[in-house]
Design a protein around this ligand. Structure first.
Ligand SMILES: Cc1cc2nc3c(=O)[nH]c(=O)nc-3n(C[C@H](O)[C@H](O)[C@H](O)COP(=O)(O)OP(=O)(O)OC[C@H]3O[C@@H](n4cnc5c(N)ncnc54)[C@H](O)[C@@H]3O)c2cc1C
Ligand code: SF4
Length: 344
C-alpha cells in the first residue's frame, strides 16, 4: 500500500532525498519553512573544492522536483511531532497537522552568531564581516567601495569563530570552515589582485578530497599567508582600519597587525528550528547539540523513534557532497522501513 513520507526541510539534503524516493510508489511531501527551496546553498557563490557555481548545482537539485509522487509546500514551519498508532503526526506552526508513515528530518544547521564573540567586533566595525556575508558579496558583486579602489589591501581571515570554543558553548569542529577560508582567500586574491591575505588558524583541517591540493595552491599560486595563531581581539584604530591581536602559537609571541578587512570564518551550529521537534519526541542530541542517530557508526540515518530518520547537517557538519550522499542513504533506509511496516 502506498504510504506518506514527509521530508522536513527543502535544503540540499531534503531535495536529494525526495529525488531518491521518486522511484518509490509512496507519496513524498516536502515541508519547507521558507518561500523557496535550496537551504544555505542558495546563499553561496562558488563551491569548494572545485569552484563549481552554487546556483547551477542548486538548479540541478531542484530540476527533478516535484515528481509525480512528490509535492513541495512552502512557508510550512514544522515545530512539533508526536507518535500516533505507529505513525507520526507532524504539526505546523499554522496549526495544520499531517499524518505520516515516515518522516525525514533534513532541517540543516544554523550559522554561528558572530555577535556572540564581542571581542571580534562583528556588528560594531563595518569592516568585520562573516564568511557567509562574504559569499553574499561575491553573489551580488557588492563589495564596499574602499575595497574596490585598486589600492593594495590587507585582509585577515580568522578561523574557528564559534567552533572549538568552550566560551562560545561549541566544542565541536565545524569541519568546513578551514576549506571555506582557503577557497575564499583564493577568491579574494583573484578579485582584489593587489591585496594580501592572511589566514589565522589553530590547526588546518583539510579532510576532504582535493582540500589539501587547494591549500597548496592557495600558498604557491596565490601567495596566501597562513599564520598559526589564535586571534584574541580585533579593534578599529582609524579610517576603518582594524588592529588584530593574536598569539603566534609557533613562536609563543604575541603579535599585532593592521588590516583593511577581517573575515570571520563562522562555524555550523545545531538548527534552532529543529529544537522543538526534538523536544516533542524526546529525541536525543549529540554532545554538540546536533540531532543524534540511533548509532553513529552503523545507523547514522535512523533514530530511536520508529519511522523517524535524519539526513544532512541536522546531525553533524557535512559538506554538500556528504549531505547529498547522506540523503540518498536515508532514502534507502526509509524504503526498507516502509517495506517492513507493510509486512507487519
Ligand atoms: C560559510 C559556508 C560555506 C559553505 N560552502 C560550501 C562549499 O563551498 N561546498 C560544500 O560542499 N559545502 C559548503 N558548505 C556546506 C553546505 O552549505 C551544507 O553541506 C548544506 O547546506 C547542507 O544541506 P542541508 O540540507 O543539510 O541543510 P540546509 O542547507 O541548512 O537546509 C535546511 C533546510 O531546512 C529548512 N528547515 C529547517 N527547519 C525547518 C522546519 N522546522 N520546518 C520546515 N523547514 C525547515 C531550512 O529552511 C532549509 O531550507 C558551506 C557551509 C558554510 C557554513
Ligand atoms: S574546520 Fe578549521 S576553522 Fe572550522 S572549526 Fe575546524 S579547525 Fe576551526
Amino acid at each position: 500500500m502506498n504510504k506518506t513520507i514527509v521530508i522536513v526541510g527543502g535544503g540540499p539534503a531534503g531535495l536529494e532525498a525526495a529525488a531518491a524516493l521518486g522511484s518509490s510508489p509512496h507519496h513524498v511531501l516536502i515541508l519547507e519553512k521558507e518561500h523557496n527551496t535550496g537551504g544555505k546553498l542558495k546563499n553561496w557563490h562558488h563551491l569548494f573544492p572545485n569552484f563549481a557555481d552554487a546556483s547551477e548545482i542548486l538548479k540541478s537539485l531542484e530540476k527533478s522536483l516535484p515528481l509525480n509522487n512528490s509535492e513541495i509546500k512552502y512557508d510550512c514551519d514544522v515545530f512539533k511531532m508526536e507518535q500516533m498508532d505507529g505513525n507520526l503526526l507532524v504539526s505546523l506552526k499554522s496549526g495544520e497537522k499531517i499524518k505520516a508513515d515516515a518522516v525525514l528530518l533534513a532541517t540543516g544547521f544554523d550559522l554561528f552568531d558572530a555577535y556572540k564573540k564581542e571581542e571580534y567586533g562583528h556588528g560594531i566595525y563595518k569592516n568585520v564581516i562573516t564568511s557567509s556575508e562574504l559569499e553574499g558579496m561575491f553573489v551580488n558583486n557588492s563589495f564596499p567601495d574602499q575595497l574596490k579602489d585598486g589600492l593594495p589591501k590587507k585582509i585577515a581571515m580568522v578561523h574557528c569563530v564559534g567552533s572549538r570554543d568552550k566560551k562560545a558553548g561549541n566544542m565541536h569542529c565545524s569541519k568546513l570552515c578551514c576549506i571555506t577560508g582557503v577557497k575564499q582567500a583564493i577568491e579574494l586574491r583573484k578579485y582584489l589582485s593587489k591585496s594580501s591575505v592572511y589566514n589565522f588558524y589553530m590547526d588546518l583541517r583539510m579532510y576532504g578530497q582535493h582540500f589539501e591540493e587547494l591549500y597548496q595552491e592557495a600558498q604557491e599560486d596565490y601567495g596566501v599567508n597562513f599564520i598559526r595563531g589564535r586571534v584574541s581581539e580585533i579593534a578599529e584604530i582609524s579610517d576603518g582600519k582594524l588592529q588584530v591581536k593574536a598569539e603566534d602559537t609557533l613562536s609563543g609571541r604575541p603579535m599585532k597587525m593592521i588590516f583593511d578587512l577581517v573575515v570571520l570564518l563562522i562555524g555550523m551550529t545545531p538548527a534552532t528550528s529543529a529544537a522543538s521537534i526534538a523536544q516533542s519526541l524526546a529525541l536525543p542530541k549529540s554532545g554538540s547539540g546536533f540531532l543524534a542517530p540511533v548509532h553513529q557508526h552503523i545507523s547514522a540515518n535512523e533514530t530511536c523513534i520508529p519511522g523517524l530518520f535524519l539526513a544532512g547537517t541536522c546531525r553533524e557538519p557535512l559538506s554538500l557532497q556528504e549531505s547529498i550522499t547522506d540523503a540518498r542513504a536515508a532514502a534507502l533506509k526509509i524504503i526498507e522501513w516502509l517495506k517492513l511496516k507493510d509486512n507487519h
